[in-house]
Design a protein around this ligand. Structure first.
Ligand SMILES: *Cc1c(COP(=O)(O)O)cnc(C)c1O
Length: 211
């Protein structure tokens, strides 16, 4: 099956379930030559998890294709904040005050405004990035005057039912009056959509397995 057909199938499944989440095509690890049919088809939202890889892949195309929106869905080091602000229209992984500061400085230096999600560690997993549930409100209040925070993002623990985490995230966003929810991947995007995701992040189900 072609990647265009894969995306269309996913979009149809969402529509058939009355879900209107936008699909971020997660193109990490894939070469532009593999991705290009999707762009030619008119899909413009892509997700990457590494700044350097994304620069190499997208920087040039972005100068000629104004419709393209590349989202950063992976963790971000503060020393890469400037490169990230330059490249990505949206960053889903804001999870600490120092990163908020670095992004705000980068925006000022570049005279750019971007959109941001706070990444919430809904499973309170020790090794995982993201702010804990309890500290999310505090980080939001710290960040909201510095950056355009549009919503919350989560990656549920692999060994748990995603649904509970999607609902936790939705409730948190509601409390903070945030309208955007970035949640759901290849194995649970429909669940995420049904739980209110405004963006689902789908990689392998579109592009195939990553090597
Ligand atoms: C890789 C990745 C995805 C996509 O994963 P698939 O299972 O291939 O759909 C979604 N979100 C994040 C944060 C990722 O790193």
């Amino acid at each position: 099956m072609s990647i265009v057909q894969n995306l269309e199938n996913i979009k149809k499944e969402l529509i058939d379930n009355n879900v209107d989440s936008k699909v971020i095509a997660v193109s990490k690890t894939f070469e532009l030559s593999h991705i290009r049919p999707l762009i030619d088809h008119g899909h413009y939202i892509f997700g990457e998890n590494r700044v350097q890889e994304a620069q190499k892949k997208w920087q040039e195309l972005l100068t000629t294709n104004e419709n393209l929106n590349i989202h950063l869905i992976g963790g971000l080091q503060t020393n890469k904040a400037k490169d990230a602000v330059k490249l990505f229209s949206c960053i889903h992984s804001v999870d600490r005050e120092r990163l908020v500061d670095a992004l705000a400085v980068a925006e000022q230096n570049l005279n750019l405004k971007r959109d941001y999600f706070l990444q919430v560690n809904t499973g309170n997993e020790e090794q995982k990035s993201g702010i804990n549930i309890k500290q999310t409100e505090q980080l939001y209040h710290y960040a909201k005057d510095k950056l355009n925070i549009i919503g919350l993002m989560c990656i549920p623990p692999v060994d748990e039912d995603s649904k509970k985490h999607f609902e936790i995230l939705r409730e948190l966003a509601k409390q903070l009056n945030l309208s955007e929810l970035s949640m759901g991947m290849s194995h649970d995007y429909l669940q995420a959509g049904l739980a209110g995701a405004t963006y689902v992040r789908v990689g392998s189900k579109i592009f195939g397995l990553r090597s």
